[in-house]
Design a binder for this molecule. Sequence first.
Ligand code: TXA
Ligand code: MG
Length: 369
Amino acid sequence: MNVTTKIITIGDEKMKPEALAEILKPAAALLAADKTVAFPTETVYGLGANALSVDAIDQIYRAKGRPSDNPLIVHIASLDMLALLAEEVKPYARDLMAAFWPGPITFVLKKTSAVPMKVTGGLNTVAVRMPDHAVAQTLIALSGKPIAAPSANLSGKPSPTTAAHVIEDLAGRVNCIVAGGNTEVGLESTVLDVTGDVPVILRPGKVTQEEIAAVVGICEVDPAITGATIDVSGAAKSPGMKYRHYAPDAHVQVYIGTTTDVIRTFDAEAHRLVMEGAGKVGILTFSEDLEVLTRLIKTDALLTDRVEFISAGSAKDLSVYGKVLFEALRDFDERGCDVILVRGVEEMGIGGAIMNRLKKASEGKVTRI
Ligand code: TXA
Ligand code: MG
């Protein structure tokens, strides 16, 4: 592919709405003309194009190198756009939209005939989200179109949480990239099926099962995402589940256990891997663990220059872990790590979404110690 990519940089994220609209005009015009534009949202960067144009959608699949049976999320800036996309919105789904939109949750709804099958991967449902981000909202509103936008990474790579990641993956492949700082959540939205009598989580994200149940009394989780490993048989309801995802080039190994056990295992495993010829080993764990681990490894002559550390923030605040996870996976690749040792977490709250991504990145290599 050889497309000229226009880069628009948002210098000040707190700028006035009129100034933001002025800067985003050319990008909105490209979207209105069925071209591709990558932009930040509060979850991860998205690669957007007019959801109602088959030609525009084709460009997304081509730019990402993504299989076209993997459906896209359609982004809207106001509820008016919803009627165009969804045939039916159940009352409980309306309540959830009122509670969480704009925000990091996507609703799967029965689609109208206006939504091309290309967008939904042949399904008769459509996934819709109203992002909570000034750039995304302004861009969608200015373009006047519902915007289909998968995460703005090459297919199979971790989702991009910085403009640099998007440029790395998509420069020369898309018409425009809006560079607008690091994304706040760092993990993709919760995907919730609201076509049935009760809501069902198809992909865990920042909005949790507990939070959804608190609004409508009940929330189920698709069995495909609750197991120890991810179901890759293709039976998953969210078709995105069946592809290799979030995978850095390095091999990822995840460990869940007490702090003492995890530290001991990381030290021993790093030693074993280097002895067996690994060039470099990456370690992603809580800042508290790193205080101990860096000391241990610094005093080990074999390991000093062979281990790269990245902090997942404090164990006391998992939202930091969510925010840095994808960036860390990309960073370890850049630092030349062959293997990444990662501390897993319990699947509660945002921990469920973090473990979902870690299971995929490690292709199920999760060990409880
Ligand atoms: O936070 C996000 O959701 C980001 C930002 C850019 O909004 N977007 C994103 O899109 O993660 P993508 O394409 O990488 O993931 C879309 C997910 C996939 O797991 C896909 O299978 C699921 O949503 N999905 C889309 N349409 C669906 C449908 N009709 N039924 C079930 N799952 C659907
Ligand atoms: Mg994605």
